[in-house]
Write a protein that binds this ligand. Sequence first.
Ligand SMILES: NC(=O)c1ccc[n+]([C@@H]2O[C@H](COP(=O)([O-])OP(=O)(O)OC[C@H]3O[C@@H](n4cnc5c(N)ncnc54)[C@H](OP(=O)(O)O)[C@@H]3O)[C@@H](O)[C@H]2O)c1
Length: 277
Amino acid sequence: MLNETKEILVIGASGKTGRRLVRRLRGAGERVRAASRSGEVRFDWTQPTTWLRAVAGASAVYLIAPADPAAANDFVSQAVQSGVGRFVALSGRGIDKIDQDFSPSMVGAEQAVRDSGVEWTIIRANNFNQNFDEDLWHQPLIDGRLALPMGATPEPFVDAQDIADVAAALLTENGHHGQVYDLSGPHALTFAEAVTTIAKAAGRSVQYVELTPEQYRTELLAEGYSADDATALNAMFAGMRAGYLAQPTDAVRRILGRDPIDFDTYVARAATAGAWQ
Ligand SMILES: NC(=O)c1ccc[n+]([C@@H]2O[C@H](COP(=O)([O-])OP(=O)(O)OC[C@H]3O[C@@H](n4cnc5c(N)ncnc54)[C@H](OP(=O)(O)O)[C@@H]3O)[C@@H](O)[C@H]2O)c1
């Protein structure tokens, strides 16, 4: 049982999942430290001097992976010494099957919490809905062309709000120690279908273009992505094309007792908020 008078440290608190998690936890009356480089609590993975102050007094931590896997290990050790008794780490679905090029950082963060000697739970999420309005695929949609090497394999995109709600439950409820949860949305759809849905709701003309992995790499490099990022993204799409992430899971329903948010609901809300205007 965690000391309920203590605080929860949310790393990446200004990001897609962290922002929603902070709101959810505070809404439930939890005491939260919202941490990032620019956040209420200053925390920088590249500056270990910021770690201890951020974590001192916290009993539980929401961990999103640092670029450097060694940093996750060092931070987790410090956090445990400082009294943290529970970690919830965000990772990617299929990480155990996809080529290691995909994300050494998430592999490292998973290992760090598994080795922590205290309670840990890992969330392995499908691609987020919010990648279409807050991240990687937003600008291409605005530009009218989303081009990916995905083929016809469907993806059960998961909503960042569902990840936040699940993380809040795992951080505050008992019974999840040592669990790895694959989190998806309720239905799988192709990227072509996702683009059609968004284009219709946004009232824009957007084209989905199928690329070969080589063409995708060339486009990423031309857009300014690093060679490592291009390799990682191609590894991710290879795993997705292979179908490792394609089946919807029931984890959101099992943990929260409600259905996950479906893609149409996400699109309607984001379009109303002006995401693609
Ligand atoms: N997007 C997906 O579909 C997907 C699916 C599965 C897993 N994931 C994993 O989810 C994680 C990202 O989570 P997210 O999408 O919620 O976050 P996000 O939207 O990518 O935001 C990143 C957060 O990290 C903070 N940050 C960036 N650099 C930092 C540094 N050097 N030190 C401390 N904080 C730093 C940022 O805030 P500041 O700029 O203020 O520091 C921000 O709060 C990644 O590990 C990703 O691989 C993503």
